[in-house]
Ligand binder design. Structure first.
Ligand code: FE2
Length: 506
């Protein structure tokens, strides 16, 4: 019998066994049975698809370990590379139903004196600490219902801090998107607090627990910009000083009811909110948050151009229907013409694919995005051009954010590959692409362009080599990606596939 059928049957079999119990107890047990079948289904699928090791549960922290370096680490390349991603995906036989629900784990690569060490540590959020102590999931997640779960009194109660990590002041902020940033000690990776941005300011408790996206943009002067989407369609806009203190906060009514807005852009003068073609179906099958998000194929994507000074909408544009997780960069010329790029999906199937990863279902059928270069003219016209195919995780050099940039860096893959296997740079003006394919044995994660203090331009990333079950840290010369990595530094084991990270030079 197919696994898919088994999954469907499991609740029915369970219902027969527990029919004499009160309704709430039946529901609770059904819920547990469903998630146990997710765990069993994944374990079975992993035997057929060994690449799923990238999405298996991580039991413990990774102690500090020296990596085996192939090649020579450039002398000017010193610093700390931090990455974040979901890693606690199962407890007590229960496996989450969506990858986005896993508790965050920080990976810290320290590069000094030509050597590399790594350490990985779970982020001890209030949720993680309680569940670690209980030895089971205590709270329901956005997708997974936990039997007899504790009431979720605020979004921060289930904040997993699992998506991105950026340096702010002397600390790190581990980022989710539906609640506060999580402050972490950059040396010890200890959890410090959930950042309450209003505390000690004129905003007081008004900002406590508000959504704060995982993709803040840090402009050249160090100021931090971010947004947070409330399910009502209100969007909070944040302007912070480089040390993370509040400079200004605003609110706009976007009228967007898609339930998910993951990334945004800034130029020197404006904030760009690009609202994908999503709608929430409150009557969707199942009761999960992500499975209730649907593609609205007749709904255009809206671009809201917001003035950075007074945080009001100044212009609006429409793009054809589509879905986007990530944007690379945006800038505008003196006449107010804005250019930006996005990794554009034809629909929102990629979101459901993150559920398939949890059961191990449909692992050879990946949804892929195209890099689309967009020009927003002052007249209201929009023009678009395709830059490349099969792309994700676009990044530019940090000092170019919001300003004209030359190169866009991203990973890419074919539709018959579950995860990306190549890394690329695209020259914005000439459209020339420099491409390096790691090969289908690798799962390639986000690669981050780095400028060292001595002026060196590098591209750093991680990749999971499936056959040997090891993760490597790689370094490229940013001006010649096609040449391949100049350094590969190997761990003797593999790390969970993560999302985003930052490099701190020095
Ligand atoms: Fe992201």
């Amino acid at each position: 019998m197919e696994r898919r059928q088994l999954l469907k049957m499991a609740p029915a079999v369970g219902a027969g066994l527990i029919a004499a119990k009160p309704a709430f107890a039946v529901m609770a047990e059904l819920s547990n049975i469903r998630q146990q079948s997710v765990s069993e289904s994944f374990a079975q699928a992993k035997r057929l698809h060994p690449e799923l090791i990238g999405f298996e549960n991580v039991n413990d922290d990774f102690e500090r370990k020296k990596l085996k370096v192939e090649g020579q680490i450039p002398k000017d390349l010193q610093g700390h590379y931090y990455r974040n991603g979901p890693a606690k995906l199962e407890r007590n036989g229960i496996r989450y139903q969506h990858l986005f629900e896993g508790d965050g784990m920080l990976q810290h690569f320290c590069i000094a004196g030509g050597k590399v060490t790594h350490r990985g540590r779970f982020i001890h959020t209030p949720k993680f600490s309680q569940e670690e102590q209980a030895g089971r999931f205590v709270y329901s997640g956005p997708e997974t219902k936990i039997a007899n779960g504790k009431a979720v009194v605020s979004s921060n109660a289930i904040n997993t801090a699992n998506t991105n990590v950026i340096p702010v002041g002397n600390d790190l902020w581990a980022l989710w998107e539906a609640g506060s940033a999580t402050r972490i000690n950059a040396q010890t990776l200890d959890y410090l607090e959930q950042v309450d941005l209003g505390k000690g300011t004129r905003y007081d408790a008004k900002l406590t627990g508000l959504p704060f996206s995982a993709h803040p943009k840090v402009e050249a002067n160090g100021d931090i910009w971010n947004f947070g989407l409330h399910p009502s369609g209100s969007v909070v806009l944040y302007h912070l000083y480089p040390d993370g203190k509040v400079k200004n906060v605003g609110m706009i009514d976007s009228r967007y009811k898609g339930g998910m807005l993951h990334d945004f852009l800034i130029t020197q003068k404006h904030i760009l909110l690009i609202l994908p073609s999503l709608k929430r179906n409150l009557f969707a099958k199942g009761d999960g948050y992500f499975s209730g998000i649907e593609f609205a194929r007749h709904q255009t994507m809206k671009v809201l151009v917001i003035d950075k000074h007074d945080l009001t909408i100044t212009r609006q544009y429409e793009l054809p229907p589509g879905f986007v997780f990530h944007f690379g960069n945006a800038w505008e010329d003196k006449q107010g013409e804005i250019q930006f790029d996005m990794s554009l999906y034809a629909n929102v199937d990629v979101l459901y694919q993150m559920s398939n990863l949890m059961t191990g279902d449909s692992v050879r059928d990946a949804a892929r995005a195209e890099t689309v270069l967009v020009t927003l003219k002052k007249s209201g016209e929009v023009s678009t051009a395709i830059g490349d195919h099969g792309t994700e995780f676009p990044r530019v050099f940090a000092n170019e954010i919001g300003q004209k940039s030359e190169q866009l860096f991203y990973v890419s893959g074919n539709s018959d590959s579950l995860w990306s296997h190549s890394v690329n740079s695209l020259h914005y003006q000439t459209r020339e692409i420099s491409h390096y394919d790691y090969g289908r044995d690798y799962f390639v994660e986000e690669h981050v362009p780095i400028k060292t203090k001595a002026g060196g331009d590098y591209l750093m990333g991680t990749a999971l080599h499936v056959p040997s079950k090891r993760t490597c840290l790689t370094v490229f010369n940013a001006d010649n990606v096609a040449h391949g990595p100049v350094v590969k530094a190997w761990l003797p084991y593999h790390l969970p596939i993560g999302f985003h990270g930052s490099f701190i030079s020095g």
